[in-house]
Design a protein around this ligand. Structure first.
Ligand code: PYC
Length: 334
């Protein structure tokens, strides 16, 4: 007899990028003293849940989401595990903005302090301040984990474009940042398909040639995202990006951890200082407002505490079933 696993989800999007929040059903109990340890347990035994809920036929190439857990430290409000086509991220900015919006609008979490949720995520502790008007959450500002510039001026060969110089920064995930340069005039000159196919190669090559490991948590390793840059659509924006994740996705939101990584890069290069704002545009023109909240250090390197502010909207309720009998129970990609 096959087993059918049921998952109750609320589907939302943050500035255009999907956030499927799993609120109940066959959510596994995870062992661990931190969300980082719980993430390891999930990856060992339950990654089939991520694949079943994120990939086709229940999801799609861009699908991203989260699973809510009780906090380990009772002083906090919740634990969040991020699930995505790209894997189980240590931190996800758009995912946090969407999760907070869903949790508050649907009364899934009763905040200890009104207007604030302290969330345990695999990368550390993040603080989310939200604005609520009636039943709607209209904005969420996340104070993210420490972010830093991990490497500068790495060179890598890119199909069609030639040699590229790339900085790598950490904002909850490791980002390869492709700034405008001789061989790359800016993301607006290329199609999303081109950016995706080049990014796939760049990620493999950068991970083969270099080693990216978080200095305080070696379970956070490997460069997972490529951040292409280019000219802004609006005069009021500071910068624009197209973030590649998974195998086929470009983030529709301005990417919270990518924005944090880019602010850390600009800070290290003297282009941004504490208190400065950083208005970041996505490929579809949606906006996150970034800011350097504080200077800090991480394993002896200069680092920042960045914040990112954006909005999300709920657009559906989903009762999904992963039935072992289904040949595509655990998803597929074409
Ligand atoms: O917003 O941090 C983010 C993110 C990571 C991958 C997709 N979005």
């Amino acid at each position: 007899m096959s087993t059918a696993y049921h998952f109750f989800c609320i589907d939302a999007h943050t500035c255009g990028n999907p956030v499927r929040v799993v609120t109940g059903g066959s959510i596994p109990f995870l062992q661990g003293e931190s969300m980082s340890e719980k993430r390891q347990h999930f990856l060992r035994e339950y990654d089939w849940i991520r694949k079943g809920l994120m990939f086709e036929p229940r999801g799609h190439d861009m699908m991203s989401g989260s699973i809510l857990y009780p906090p380990i430290d009772p002083a906090n409000d919740a634990g969040v595990l991020f699930i995505e086509t790209s894997g189980c991220l240590p931190m996800c900015g758009h995912g946090t903005i969407g999760t907070v919006t869903v949790a508050i609008e649907q009364n899934l979490i009763r905040p200890k302090t009104p207007g604030v949720l302290n969330l345990e995520v695999p990368a550390g502790l993040v603080r989310a301040e939200y604005v609520q008007e009636g039943r709607k959450v209209t904005s969420v500002k996340i104070t993210n984990i420490k972010s830093y510039l991990a490497a500068e001026g790495l060179t890598v060969e890119c199909p069609d474009l030639g040699t590229l110089t790339i900085d790598v920064a950490y904002g909850g995930n490791f980002y390869g940042i492709v700034d405008v340069q001789t061989n790359f005039p800016g993301l607006e000159h290329f199609s999303a398909d081109q950016l995706i196919s080049w990014a796939r190669v760049l990620r493999v090559r950068l991970n083969e040639q270099y080693n990216f490991v978080h200095p305080e948590n070696d379970t956070i390793r490997g460069l997972s995202h490529i951040l292409w840059t280019g000219a802004t659509l609006k005069e009021t924006s500071t910068a624009r990006n197209a973030v590649f994740y998974g195998d086929k996705a470009i983030d529709r939101s301005p990417c919270g951890t990518g924005t944090s990584a880019r602010m850390a890069q600009w800070y290290a290069q003297g282009k941004l200082k504490p208190g400065d704002t950083f208005v970041h545009e996505s490929i579809i023109g949606s906006i996150f407002n970034g800011r350097i909240e504080a200077e800090t250090e991480l394993a002896g390197k200069p680092a920042i505490v960045p914040s990112i502010e954006g909005w999300a909207r709920i657009h559906g309720y989903n009762h999904l079933i992963i039935d072992e009998d289904d040949p595509y129970a655990f998803g597929f990609q074409v």
